[in-house]
Ligand binder design. Structure first.
Ligand code: RRO
Length: 315
């Protein structure tokens, strides 16, 4: 039997990716070694750990735990500061698109970080994280503040020249997604990433009758297979409400090739791998690429454009 060539390349707005699969911010993308591993892997892009203007140690350990259906984390934004990431990337010779994730703790810090990223040619795009659930005593995430976000974006686009995307929290109501999409549609945004971890979950060890992570009395962001239905729903709804030139990057619950297919069927142009990358390490990308390609072969699809966004309603 002659196998047709399967093309899993994609585009995020005008950014070309040789593969639609990349890492999620936060997982194995903090250090020199981790970022080098990602640059040398088969991902279509490399995303850095969300950074702040100065280094942060993050929350007390243990701050990450995983079980068969998911993960819980309250890392608290540990990172080496924006200069570390910019200097590391400036030295690297690579054709891979590089997405710098930033997560300032205030509106002013985000302006500062975006202005700085604008000065560096190696940064292909900025993923602005408006949805970190784990900062102690922080204001509400901007992703949940429908009043502040519009003004905030208006000010960013007065000076920003870099392709910019926004990492969103999960929403649970249609009207919230519609409202956010209507706001985002007013700006030259390149992409949105749906979704960050589900905030304020808890996991219990019944043997010790205790929570499993230390910060915030055990409450943390939930990721992994159990959040996939929420990721898919957010992708689907944003796909229907967002301007068509705003790409969607799907993130949440991908652990096999079929999961990637589902994200793209809902409307994602690319996908990010978080919990499964943490569980399996860098070799996860080769496995997922293989599984996804075989899945498409069986379906007789040759590229992601054959099915992207084509989810049918039950008849
Ligand atoms: O570092 C974290 O605690 C963290 C971040 Br910035 C985020 O965006 N999402 C998450 O689950 N953890």
């Amino acid at each position: 039997m002659i196998m047709k060539k399967i093309d899993i390349s994609s585009t995020i707005n005008r950014i070309k990716l040789s593969s639609c699969i990349m890492n999620a911010s936060g997982v194995l993308c903090s250090t020199d070694q981790e970022l080098s591993n990602l640059l040398n892997s088969s991902t279509g892009a490399v995303l850095t750990k969300s950074c702040t203007s100065i280094p942060r140690k993050g929350n007390l350990k243990p701050r990450y735990f995983e079980w068969n259906m998911g993960s819980i984390n309250s890392m608290g934004l540990p990172n080496f500061g924006i200069d570390f990431y910019l200097n590391f990337l400036e030295k690297k010779k690579t054709k891979k698109p590089i997405f710098l994730s930033i997560s300032g703790l205030s509106i002013e810090e985000n302006f500062f970080l975006i202005k700085k990223a604008n000065l560096y040619s190696k940064i292909t795009a900025v993923e602005l994280n408006l949805s970190c659930p784990n900062i102690i005593d922080n204001e509400e995430e901007l992703g949940y503040n429908f009043y502040k976000i519009s003004d905030f974006l208006k000010n960013i686009f007065k000076f920003n020249k870099k392709p910019l995307g926004i990492k969103l929290p999960p929403y649970f109501k249609d009207k919230h997604i519609k409202k956010m999409a209507l706001i985002l549609n007013q700006f030259p945004i390149f992409f949105v990433t749906c979704i960050n971890s589900l905030p304020n979950g808890i996991f219990i060890d019944t043997k010790t009758e205790s929570t499993v992570i230390k910060p915030k009395k055990g409450f943390g962001g939930i990721g992994g297979p159990i959040i996939k239905p929420f990721a898919l729903a957010n992708i689907r709804k944003f796909y229907t409400y967002l301007r068509k030139d705003i790409s969607i990057i799907g993130c949440g619950g991908i652990s096999c090739g079929k999961d990637i297919f589902e994200h793209i069927l809902c409307g994602a142009s690319a996908v990010q791998i978080g919990t499964q990358l943490m569980k399996e390490g860098i070799s996860v990308f080769e496995r997922l690429e293989k599984e996804f390609t075989i899945f498409l072969q069986k379906k007789n699809y040759t590229s992601i454009n054959n099915f992207k966004g084509n989810l049918k309603s039950f008849q």
